[in-house]
Write a protein that binds this ligand. Structure first.
Ligand code: GAP
Length: 545
């Protein structure tokens, strides 16, 4: 699938716009348009329903080791700065960046790669931001230009190995930066904290400094005791939260995939350390299945276990759910969600102070004077099991998803080019967004065939009835074939048409977006029919894909 076509459809049909576009846009920030907001809202509502409200029946059917409870939270974006000191984000949540003195561009150190090449007695590293075939082609072009060669001189370039990461390069004086003409213009890598800083109240100095949350998870940990004390939940149980998170990404890119402002859907699931492996497996498999059920194709979706060195500072085990986004080179996958075992790192850090790993143990990090580097709250965040009288600090399994990344994956998956007959039965090419009916922005569109003979009035009545239950759309403008096409592009699974026959027998046609099948139902039964169709669609996971 051509990503440029999807990006242009998203703008043309109102799924996604660049933020502040009339002022030239702001890199890493995106607005959802009228169709996009419905799509993303449906994704979030499906998550909240399946993971929080509907979980009891669903989870046991889906193989939960034992019954459990789920509850939700909605915490603030700005929290006490100590939260981020104890969570480790203040000290550790950074990327390394390099600046180019010539182009004035800034890059993430680990996102630049390149190739060593030798010619005219000189060996240089030609850097690029592209991987795969595109990276190879770009380094070749730039090497020719750098050595002042023409295309026919290509054999004079001697390549030393494949594309490798800039992180493998020690001597930057021999590096040609991704957008530079001269060697040695990249600075040494520097740490760059990804948290956005702001100032609270009238205090403008460091006293008032605070951060926009880079993840929703910490709001859950610091409210763990509040939830225990205000509800009757017992371990094992989960707390869910969705909301905005902010990261000052050095190189936001790939449409909404890496943004600076985005939404997360996170669960912190608290359990006894002994039952961890079962719960870890349950959440891994359950979350993977959730994406399949909503229409992501098995071949483009995978579960990948992290290598040890990839694990976050707190994690003892993590799996990623990844999707083969079309903007990635063939064979590469991008992360949709991480399912991490966080142990008791977070609860203990907020009790005792920032923890660090010492061999197999987590211990409070001390400063040069032997005092805790970042003090915890001192509050008791342990749990007492009233049946066994055992007191312990629960361990945590965290399925952490991105609402925007999931929405982007559903957009990529839905984009289809095929053919459908026009009014005269002639096959015409069309673009159709084959969303799962549950997340489709508009569930049904209602058309009068022509704007006369009582058809608009009959169609408007159906529209108003349907509107009580679903997001529906009324359209009476233009040829009916054109109206179908517009709804295909919006991903509307069903179109209802009022025609001459409706005036005689009170039936209407229903058209299925994917199969193009048409059939008649009683006008008064439209709400029942659309409800039934959406339910059937929801039981058929990969429908329309
Ligand atoms: N609490 C754990 C945590 O935040 P993460 O892997 O950094 O883990 C979880 O983020 C999810 O949030 C990712 O899998 C991704 O879907 C989403 N996400 C993270 N950074 C993002 C960004 N810059 N833009 C869009 N989504 C992002």
């Amino acid at each position: 699938m051509d990503m440029d076509k999807l990006v242009s459809l998203c703008k043309r049909r109102g799924f996604l716009f660049q933020s502040s576009e009339i002022y030239g846009g702001l890199n890493g920030f995106w607005d959802y348009g009228p169709l996009g907001v419905e799509l993303k809202r449906n994704v979030k509502e499906a998550w909240w329903h399946d993971m929080v409200r509907g979980h009891d029946d669903l989870a046991l059917l889906e193989g939960a080791p034992e019954p459990f409870e789920m509850t939700g939270l909605d915490c603030t974006i700005i929290m006490h700065p100590q939260v981020w000191k104890c969570s480790g984000h203040y000290d550790l949540f950074h990327d390394y960046m390099v600046d180019c003195r010539e182009s004035k561009k800034r890059y993430r150190h680990d996102q630049v790669c390149g190739r060593w090449v030798e010619a005219k007695g000189q060996t240089v590293f030609i850097a690029t931001q592209q991987g795969g075939e595109e990276g190879l082609a770009e380094t070749q072009q730039r090497a020719l230009k750098f050595f002042n060669f023409r295309g026919k001189d290509i054999d004079q370039l001697q390549w030393h190995g494949p594309l490798v990461s800039l992180t493998t390069v020690k001597d930057f004086s021999r590096v040609l930066g991704p957008e530079a003409k001269e060697l040695g213009t990249l600075t040494e890598p520097r740490e760059f904290n990804l948290m956005f800083k702001t100032y609270v109240g009238a205090l403008s100095g460091e006293e008032g400094a605070a951060f926009l949350r880079p993840e929703t998870a910490q709001g859950i940990f610091v409210n763990f005791k509040n939830v225990l004390d205000s509800t009757r939940v017992r371990v094992p149980f989960g707390i869910a939260q969705m909301g905005k998170s902010f990261r000052n990404e050095i190189t936001p890119r790939n449409f909404t995939f890496r943004s600076r402002e985005f939404e997360q859907m996170e669960i912190e699931f608290f359990c006894h350390p002994k039952s961890l492996p079962d719960w870890y497996k349950f959440w891994r498999d359950r979350r993977y299945q959730w994406y399949l059920n909503l229409g992501l194709e098995g071949e483009r979706l995978r579960l990948r276990d992290h290598d040890r060195e990839e694990l976050s500072h707190y994690s003892c085990g993590t799996a990623d759910i990844e999707y083969a986004f079309p903007f990635l080179p063939p064979g590469e996958f991008g992360e949709l969600e991480g399912i991490a075992h966080r142990g008791d790192f977070d609860l203990r850090s907020h009790m005792e102070g920032k923890l660090v790993r010492q061999g197999d143990r987590l211990v409070v990090e001390l400063d040069s004077e032997g005092k805790p580097r970042h003090r915890g709250s001192g509050k008791d965040l342990s749990y007492r099991d009233d049946l066994t009288d055992e007191r312990f600090t629960p361990h945590v399994i965290e399925p952490s998803a991105g609402a925007d990344r999931a929405t982007l994956a559903f957009l990529c998956q839905a984009y289809t080019e095929d053919e459908a007959p026009d009014e005269n039965g002639k096959m015409q090419s069309r673009v159709v967004m084959k969303f799962h009916p549950r997340i489709a922005p508009i569930k049904a569109a209602v058309f009068p065939l022509v704007k006369k003979d009582g058809m608009p009035e009959a169609a408007q009545k159906i529209y108003r009835d349907l509107k009580k239950c679903f997001n529906v759309f009324y359209d009476e403008k233009g040829a009916v074939g054109r109206r179908y096409r517009r709804q295909d592009e919006a991903g509307t699974p069903y179109c209802i048409t009022v025609d001459g026959q409706t005036m005689q027998d009170q039936t209407v046609t229903v058209r299925d977006r994917d199969t193009l099948r048409q059939w008649r139902v009683k006008a008064d039964d439209c709400t029942t029919e659309i409800t039934r169709l959406i339910e059937v669609g929801c039981q058929t996971p990969t429908r329309g894909v």
